[in-house]
Design a protein around this ligand. Structure first.
Ligand SMILES: [Fe+2]
Ligand SMILES: [Fe+2]
Length: 297
């Protein structure tokens, strides 16, 4: 890819839920049961039109000459195999080569502490988990690096972990991943590139404050301390269902939360354009009832 300007689509938290009647009861663990009850109580109605909206987002992506697609997790409601399969089917048109698709799991994608929950995510998304600098991989597939053209790279860190209790939706980036990330920043193959660092959890809210302990990224400060060495780049995430940009004193690069692309009343996402000099322009994407549209941010 030798383009002067690279155009990136960033969306997140589509929360595909399969109908409860399709769930095999014996697969239910305590958290899953509570999660399902919450869905029954009404949360699911906010994601009723996920299939229509994803079809519209695919059309939007094709019309907007996108070079790289980034998804920061929470594909599902309960991390069920049927949900992951459906979510993968909905985003698959964006995963067709030469489109570059980079992703991380969200906490809902590995909802309960099952031995195979990470495996299940990897199984669905293995075709887009290839790593251009695999020597930095420090567990599972992460950190995962994708070199894009001559002037950009995406670095994906996994902050999602199973939460055994229903009232917790907090995460952390394992220390081994952070150490590897820190070392990677000195690699000459990344020198001069604009770095998009992606993870699921929000290191900061729209206010610039850390998220609550039971909902946030535990080691956000350690993560931001490493990111403070980056002079050209941005930090991308989801988890908080609000679309926002925030600039904070801890780092010199902006933070972008994609929010949820499909949550009724809050639909949002971003398009970023990065030129060869590392100049960034962003446009917010909003839902207009039948299609997505950009607005100046
Ligand atoms: Fe979410
Ligand atoms: Fe989340």
């Amino acid at each position: 890819m030798q383009k002067e300007t690279i155009r990136i689509l960033h969306f997140s938290d589509i929360h595909v839920g399969t109908l409860l009647r399709h769930i095999h009861w014996k697969k239910w663990f305590s958290k899953r049961a509570v999660g399902a009850i919450n869905l029954l109580r009404g949360r699911s109605k906010y994601f009723d039109e996920v299939e229509e909206k994803m079809a519209a987002l695919v059309a939007f992506e094709k019309e907007n000459d996108i070079d790289v697609v980034i998804n920061t997790g929470d594909y599902t409601a309960l991390g069920l195999e049927s949900e992951l399969e459906l979510a993968k089917a909905l985003v698959a048109p964006m995963m067709i080569p030469p489109q570059r698709y980079v992703t991380v799991p969200g906490n809902h994608d590995i909802y309960v502490h099952e031995a195979n929950s990470h495996y299940r995510f990897s199984e669905q998304f293995c075709s887009v988990l290839q790593n251009d600098l695999p020597e930095y991989c420090a567990g599972g597939h992460f950190p995962l690096v994708r070199l894009v053209g001559e002037h950009l790279a995406v670095i994906a860190l996994n902050s999602a972990k199973p939460n055994p209790w229903p009232w917790r939706s907090d995460g952390h980036i394992p220390t081994v991943q952070l150490r590897s990330f820190e070392k990677m920043l000195e690699d000459p193959r990344l020198e001069g590139r604009f770095l998009c660092v992606i993870t699921h959890y929000a290191p900061r809210l729209a206010s610039g404050e850390p998220d609550k302990r039971l909902h946030g990224l535990h080691n956000a400060d350690d993560f931001l301390r490493i990111c403070s060495r980056i002079d050209k780049g941005m930090i991308l995430f989801g988890h908080v269902h609000r679309t926002y940009r925030v600039d904070i004193p801890e780092v010199s690069i902006p933070l972008f939360c994609a929010g949820s692309a499909t949550m009724e009343g809050r639909e949002g996402a971003w398009i970023y354009e990065v030129d060869k000099e590392g100049n960034l322009k962003e446009r917010r994407i909003v839902w207009k009832g039948a299609h997505y549209q950009t607005v100046s941010s």
